[in-house]
Design a binder for this molecule. Sequence first.
Ligand code: FAD
Length: 390
Amino acid sequence: MSNQLDSFATEVDGWIQENCPQSMRTSMPVSEQVWASSEIKFPTADSKSWFDAMVSKGWCTPEWPVEYGGGGLSFEEAKILRSRLKFFGCRPAQINFGISMLGPVILEFGTDDQKKEFLPKISRGEIWWCQGFSEPGAGSDLANVSTSAKLKGDDYIISGSKIWTSEANKADWMYCLVRTAKTEKKQAGISFILLNLKQPNIEIKPIKLLSGQSPFCQVFFDDVVAKESHRIANENEGWKVAKRLLEFERTMMADLGSEGAVDIEPIKTFKNTDALNAPGQKKLHKKIIKHELRNHLIDLTMARTGIESKSGFSPAALTLKYISTEETQARWELNVASLGAGGLEIVEKSHGQKQEIAKSFFYSKAYTIAGGSSEVQLNIIAKHILGLPT
Ligand SMILES: Cc1cc2nc3c(=O)[nH]c(=O)nc-3n(C[C@H](O)[C@H](O)[C@H](O)COP(=O)(O)OP(=O)(O)OC[C@H]3O[C@@H](n4cnc5c(N)ncnc54)[C@H](O)[C@@H]3O)c2cc1C
C-alpha cells in the first residue's frame, strides 16, 4: 500500500473510533435494520447517529462524486474504507437498493438531470426503492416481460403486473423493466423506467411466506404514469441496464454479511447444546468444520477478486453468488442440526436465538432463487465463463 493510502487507512480508523457507537459494531438483528425511505425509521439513537455520521461524510456511497452526495473517494480509497468498516464489524448505516444496485447504473447510463435528481436523495437514504423485474410470466426468462409502457406526450402509461417484488408495500419508487416494443428478439423491446409508486391505480398485495414473513408482493398497474424523462438509457435499450444492475445485485448477494444479514456461527450453536455426546454429533462437528473452511475460502476469494477488480465489479460475482448463497443455506441447515431434535421451531412460537435460526433457515431457501436461481447461474457460468457449448 502506498504511503498516501496508508495514512488514509489510519484516518479512517480514527474516524470510525470517534463516530461509530459500540452498539453499531455488533451483529445486527433484522429488527434493527435501517431501511432508506421517505419515512426512514431508526430503531435506536445510536443507529441514527451512525447513519448521520456516514451520510454527512458521503461514505454510504464512498466513490460517488461529492456533488451527488458521495464521498468522492478513489476506487482504492473506497476499498480501504469498506475493509476497515468490515474489520471493526460496523453495521451498514442503511439498507438501500438505490445504493447497492440502482445508483451505479444511473451513474453509468443516466443523464445529468437524472443524476442530479436521484443520486443525492439515494445517498442520503431518502427513497425506498424496489425492483420491478419479475412477472408472473417472466422469471428466469426475464426477457419475457410483458408489462406494457406506451408513450403519450411526455409520459409513459404503464399496465401489467410485477411479482416477487421485495418490500414493494413499503417502497416509494420502483425501478422496473417494461415492454415498449414487440420485437422478434425479446430483449430489444424492453425499457428501464423509474416509477413513483405514490400514485393512484397501483395495487400492492403482500405475499406471505413459509417463514411467516411477507417480504415480497405482487404489484398491479392499471394505466399508471411515469415520466419519459425518468427512462434510463434510450427507449428499447433497457436490457443492457438490467444486465448491469443484475451484476451489482449478484455481487451484493455474494456478500450478504456486508448488507447486514443476520449471521450465527453453527459451531457456537453446536457448542451451546447439551447433546454433544449424542450419537451422530461427531459427524455433525466434522461437517461444521468443513463448512467453516469453505466459508473462509469464499471470504478469501471474495477479498482477492475485490482487490483484482478495477471497477468494483468482477465476472467472478456470478460464481461467487452461486457458491456463497449455496453455502449460506448450508450454514443455516447446520445451525438447525446443531440445535438437536426439536430444534426447528415455528417462527411465531419461538424466541431468542432459536427464533433467529428458524427465521434465517426458512429465509435462506430464497437466497438460491432471488437474483437469479442457482441453476440459471450455472448455465451462465457454463456459457459465458467456461465457454461450453449450449
Ligand atoms: C426472496 C426473493 C426476493 C425476490 N425479490 C425480487 C424483487 O425484488 N424483484 C424482482 O423482480 N424479482 C424478485 N424475485 C424473483 C426472482 O428473481 C425469481 O424468483 C427468479 O429469477 C426465478 O424466477 P421464477 O420464480 O419465475 O422461477 P422460474 O424461472 O419459473 O424457475 C423455476 C425453476 O426452474 C429452474 N429453471 C428455469 N429456467 C431454467 C433453465 N434455463 N435451466 C435450468 N433450470 C431452469 C429455476 O432454476 C427454478 O428452479 C425474488 C425472489 C426471491 C426468492
